[in-house]
Design a protein around this ligand. Structure first.
Ligand code: PLP
Length: 384
């Protein structure tokens, strides 16, 4: 009878209105109806990226959008910098290496951000680079890299493109693509955008288009010039994920109804603070420091003396609360509390309360109610 309470960093719950929008009758992607849907959706989604550029829609997961960003801009043998602070930074490394780019890796320990002060000398040591690949929100650790500062340093020190993975935060984190000088910004549907997986969104700056137009690396399904020329007609080159585009249109309407994108971002910031305050009140350690904490996912260390795998299984089986475990070497050491998209302060209060119940079942020593109270106080303070 109980429904799973999905608090993962993607996929995430889908609002009923979005589900209903996606159940409409389908029409041809070469019809006038599609052109209207596509054009309206493209206009509505721009604030989420903070751009005036058209957003291209790929019928794919986020990884294909990362690959599109790489293959359309760089050729084998060219030098690039990849900033990696976790598992998804490593994705960018793998993609770039697979295409034979000459990769300079700036690697940080998992749980740390990369700062502009660290990036600057690294760039100075590699003046020939054509692009810098950076993960805005590192889903494996809950770090939000200071992307505006990083992009600024790249433009001060080099002619390189700034290519950013926004997969696990766009829709829930501040984004000013044009003002910050991001050249390619990509995201996927199944996280803060409250949709099922299967749709990737790619925004490209004028500077990046100039590079793409000269790039020689062959690509077919991921060829962005092809997507651009069809987008001008209000269409996509191949059969798109029409159902998901209906859904995206409805998501944009929900964001408008919340009071606009700034309000949505503020809600994510509030939920982040609620989660972090609750964990501190329960004396449960957080992986990241406050300054670079993600607004969409919080990585939390195993409560002291608790077998994490058993604890997470208990939370799911007894209380239907489903958190994600750690990735890579953090498996068994952290769990990840997703708080993005269709998630509200009331959901945080519910999750913290259930977490406390499970802690009691595991005989963890704490003051019962302390986590809920702390989260509630953050919530109340924001209402005043
Ligand atoms: N980048 C980040 C930051 C992610 O969190 C993910 C997925 O979790 C991806 C890329 C890959 O996206 P997908 O699984 O949709 O291919």
């Amino acid at each position: 009878m109980y429904e799973n309470i999905l608090r993962h960093p993607g996929p995430t719950p889908i609002p009923k209105k979005v589900q209903l929008a996606m159940s409409q009758d389908i029409f041809s992607h070469r019809s006038n109806e599609f052109v209207t849907l596509y054009r309206e959706t493209m206009a509505l989604v721009k604030p989420i990226f903070g751009t005036k550029q058209d957003i291209l829609l790929l019928p794919s997961g986020g990884t294909a959008a990362l690959e599109a960003a790489a293959v359309n801009t760089i050729s084998a043998g060219e030098e690039v910098v990849v900033v990696t602070v976790g598992a998804f930074g490593d994705y960018f490394v793998s993609i770039c290496e697979r295409y034979g780019f000459h990769v300079h890796k700036l690697v940080k320990d998992w749980g740390e951000a990369c700062t502009a002060e660290e990036l600057r000398p690294f760039l100075q040591a590699h003046p020939q680079i054509k692009a810098v690949f950076i993960t805005y929100n590192e889903t494996s650790t809950g770090i939000l890299n200071p992307i505006a500062d990083l992009a600024k340093v790249v433009h001060e020190e080099t002619e390189a493109l700034v290519i950013v993975d926004g997969v696990s935060c766009l829709g829930g984190a501040p984004a000013e693509m044009d003002a910050w000088g991001i050249d390619i910004f990509v995201t996927g549907s199944q996280k803060a955008l409250m949709l099922p997986p299967g749709l990737a969104l790619v925004a490209v700056s004028d500077k990046a288009w100039q590079v793409i137009e000269k790039n020689q690396t062959p690509s077919y399904y991921l060829n962005l010039i092809n997507y651009r020329s069809w987008a001008e007609k209000g269409m996509t080159p191949n059969t798109p994920a029409i159902t998901l585009i209906y859904g995206l249109h409805e998501v944009c309407k929900l964001i408008e109804a919340e009071g606009g994108f700034a309000q949505t971002v503020a809600r994510h910031e509030l939920m982040k603070q609620m989660v972090r305050s609750a964990m501190k009140a329960l004396h449960i350690e957080l992986l990241t420091e406050d300054a670079y904490a993600s607004p969409t996912i919080t990585a939390i260390l195993a409560p002291k003396d608790i077998d994490l795998a058993a604890f997470l299984a208990h939370l799911k089986n007894r209380y239907h609360l489903d958190f994600a475990g750690g990735l890579g070497h953090l498996q068994g050491k952290i769990f990840r509390f997703g708080h993005m998209g269709y998630c509200f302060p009331s959901d945080i209060l519910q999750a913290v309360s259930l977490l406390e119940a499970a802690l009691q079942d595991f005989n963890y020593t704490f003051e019962a109610g302390a986590g809920v109270l702390a989260a509630q106080q953050v919530f109340l303070a924001a209402q005043r």
